[in-house]
Design a protein. Structure first.
Length: 325
């Protein structure tokens, strides 16, 4: 039986920390240079949260921006979902802190960690709760303070990441905007992307660094180029659509070279691909909604446009969603 989506996006809000970390500043911290970083990653600068600013603080500020820019109310949301792999605490959840700050009664709260695929999961969970009749309105927030776990002596990773938060409000609507979704994962390769917490090993492999982000960049690049085109094709088939139907491709903004390679593999024009990493770096689960926000600010996205969102990263996880704006 076909299940028809009943949810629609009402608006987006964004928060970007004040501090800009440029490539020229990184040249003074590690052995690298601006030209090399731009050529390899497309990143020119990234935003860095203040020392006393955490994922919940950024999430709250993104919601405040959502409310002020879109003239919306959230006192009646049924659920708050925060996607993050950099929560302030193991408990309480970031979503609970957001709920407490705004004093929203009778709402559920949950944090969801699928790293760079997190926003796709969060949106699909929200759509499922609305479509099933459980909820009428849901707040989804992607908030990541990745700089808190970056090793700034490791030039292969510290050049990539930045901090950001994006809040999205979904509401029940008989003409739902979710046209299809697809998810998959491979935990046997979990040690490609890691950050320790209670255990310092993954798949019986000892982690060299404790509580700092690590990734096998070359192996991850090969995995992405092999598997993400297949995943995109699967998503399109599940949705009874083709790439010709897609107005905008919105991949996780891992790095520009990777995105260009994916576009080449699937034969999709780079000028119809929305990215956010040039000025903000890789912001994990926030990178996809940040690219959408940026495109809306530039009036690129029009009503009725079809967007193919696709996330990939730690887990290893990857998955996508097609939205009609």
């Amino acid at each position: 039986m076909e299940i028809i989506s009943k949810s629609k996006v009402l608006g987006l809000g964004t928060y970007l920390p004040d501090r800009r970390l440029t490539n020229h500043e990184l040249e003074k911290m590690v052995e690298t240079n601006d030209q090399w970083i731009v050529r390899r990653t497309g990143v020119k600068e990234r935003r860095i949260a203040a020392s006393d600013e955490f994922t919940s603080d950024m999430a709250i500020k993104a919601v405040e921006n959502l409310l002020s820019k879109n003239n919306l109310l959230i006192n009646d949301v049924d659920m708050i979902i925060v996607t993050t792999f950099t929560p302030d605490h193991l408990t309480p959840s970031v979503a609970s802190l957001v709920q407490g700050y705004f004093g929203i009664d009778n709402t559920g709260t949950m944090d969801l960690n699928s790293v760079c695929t997190g926003f796709i999961y969060g949106m699909c969970v929200a759509d499922s709760l609305i479509t099933s009749g459980h909820s009428n309105k849901i707040l989804v927030i992607a908030s990541e303070a990745v700089s808190k776990i970056v090793d700034y002596t490791d030039r292969s990773t510290c050049i990539l990441f930045g901090d950001a938060a994006v809040a999205v409000l979904l509401e029940r609507n008989e003409k739902g905007s979710f046209l299809g979704s697809y998810f998959t994962s491979d935990g046997k390769l979990a040690n490609y992307v890691t950050c320790s917490n209670l255990s310092n090993s993954v798949n019986e492999q000892k982690l060299e660094k404790q509580r700092l982000f690590q990734q096998e960049g070359r192996l991850l690049y090969e995995y992405v180029l092999k598997n993400i085109p297949i995943g995109i094709d699967t998503l399109l088939k599940k949705s009874n659509l083709t790439l010709e139907d897609i107005d905008w491709f919105v991949p996780h903004s891992a790095n520009l070279r990777m995105i260009e390679a994916i576009c080449k593999r699937i034969d999709f024009p780079i000028d119809k691909t929305l990215i956010s990493n040039e000025l903000y770096g890789n912001t994990s689960s926030a990178s996809i909604p940040l690219a959408i926000w940026k495109a809306l600010e530039e009036t690129k996205i029009k009503a009725g446009d079809k967007l193919l969102l696709y996330g990939f990263g730690g887990g290893l996880t990857h998955g996508g969603l097609i939205l009609e704006w």
